[in-house]
Design a binder for this molecule. Structure first.
Ligand SMILES: [Zn+2]
Length: 160
């Protein structure tokens, strides 16, 4: 069995006046993530993990922030396109594990919705999409609520 591991990490600033998209869903919060796309940090980390597993570069190579057609794009589209790239190479996803680092808001009760949104795009069961969350105990830029971070690992299996 041919299996490949991938890892992704992403950072975005949190600012007022932006919608807060995280894990494919909109979360009520006074701040949102700043970026060229909808700035969904978790979906971007998962895209990078997927691409990294097959040595396909990173999300910035495939979806550059200089591309005007990607302005404010729904990152679920980027996730779907990244998945198409790994499917074209003959791979499927076995599982994803991820951790979000953010101080506010508390997001644990949104996790089932995020798992559902991601699993639907990637042809996975909800139990194959692990999403954990931590604060940084008020330390650093995350603790000051200036930004957030997502880490994701992925395992792929060759099926063709
Ligand atoms: Zn990003």
């Amino acid at each position: 069995m041919s299996i490949r591991i991938g890892f992704g990490i992403d950072f975005h600033q949190l600012v007022t006046g932006r919608e807060f998209w995280l894990g494919g869903i909109k979360i009520p919060h006074e701040k949102g993530a700043l970026g060229h796309s909808d700035a969904d940090v978790l979906l971007h980390a998962i895209c990078d993990a997927m691409l990294g597993a097959l040595c396909l570069g990173d999300i910035g190579v495939h979806f550059p922030d200089t591309d005007a057609s990607l302005k404010n794009i729904d990152s679920k589209i980027l996730l779907k396109k990244s998945f198409e790239l790994i499917k074209a190479k003959g791979y499927r996803i076995i599982n994803i594990d991820s951790t979000l680092c953010l101080q506010e808001p508390k997001i644990m009760h949104f996790v089932p919705q995020m798992q559902k949104a991601i699993a639907a795009i990637l042809s996975l069961e909800i139990t194959d999409v692990s999403i954990k969350a931590t604060t940084t105990e008020r330390m650093g830029f995350v603790g000051r609520e200036e930004g957030l971070v997502a880490h994701a690992s992925i395992l792929l299996q060759k099926i063709q």
